[in-house]
Ligand binder design. Sequence first.
Ligand code: ADP
Ligand code: MG
Length: 344
Amino acid sequence: MPSDPSPAITLRGVRKEFPGGVVAVHDLDLDIADGEFVTLLGPSGSGKTTVLRLIAGFESPTAGTISLAGRDVTRNAPFDRDVHTVFQDYALFPHLSVLRNVEYPLRIAGVDRAERRRRALEALATVRLDAMAERAPTALSGGQRQRVALARALVDRPAVLLLDEPLGALDLKLREQMQVELKQIQRASGITFVLVTHDQDEALTLADRVVVFNDGRVEQAGSAQEVYERPVSAFVAGFVGTSNVLGSEAAQAIIGRAGSWSVRPEKIAISDPTDPVPAGRSAALGVVEELVYTGPTTRCVVELDAGGQLSVLLLAGPEDDKVPDRGARVRLTWRHDHEVPLHQ
Ligand code: ADP
Ligand code: MG
């Protein structure tokens, strides 16, 4: 009977303690499927880069095992792992042309000249830079340089590509454009991508699965939708999206249950306090504290009578939308199934 294909990456009980006692990664268990696009999301210092470096073999774990495609590589050197890494700072050879940069891994592997050239040009075409093959990296923009780094990492078709904040140095417009390209390249190549970012939009946009890190531990792993709509903790609710958490007292007063609860801003409707509350909804009275206009949306921060604040996202529509004034008394309502209980 054929067994299930092994995951591309398996981490079991992986722990990394640095000299001086910093535990960067605590007993991490993680499986990443072949061909999956996973993002590791978390604040600075939460252990994301350390996890990538452990997978790549630049660090070795204090405890636990790392397998690639079912092979235990815990003690293998980086070159003995079918993995490439793309860093934020590109790390191109400035004295070599774009083409020679991309050919480099093939040259090391002893691939002959004609074949090298053919495959390097093919990789450059993937990132739409084949027309710039003869240029020096210094004659390229930041976004183009990052695409060369990507082509170089893809040229010998590794099983796994690790990307550490690869778009971090780019401005917002270029980042968004490169996000779309990364997604397309990943889909077309079928290579397993693990991308580290502290940017929640980037993490949600790119990934089949988002792994949220906090202090060296996985807080939650799931699809973008799961992590956003069903955060398991106050940390995830706050780090992924606007923190909209009802504390225990407010929750008791409004939904009749203790504990912390989260409601996403776009799930909340705003109405006049005298309007009837529709069936199946929780309701809370409050005062509009702040209005933040961004064009298509207005964020409305409401100070609740029961304590705490909730943000409400109002989307400008084709009709004239009613945005309350600052200081107005309002009623917020939301469906019971949009109340998400948090573990902490
Ligand atoms: P992130 O990539 O999420 O910002 P890192 O993996 O770089 O986080 O770091 C996680 C923790 O490990 C931090 O506290 C950091 O200071 C520490 N750390 C990382 N590398 C080293 C090292 N080589 N020596 C000592 N401490 C380190
Ligand atoms: Mg990092």
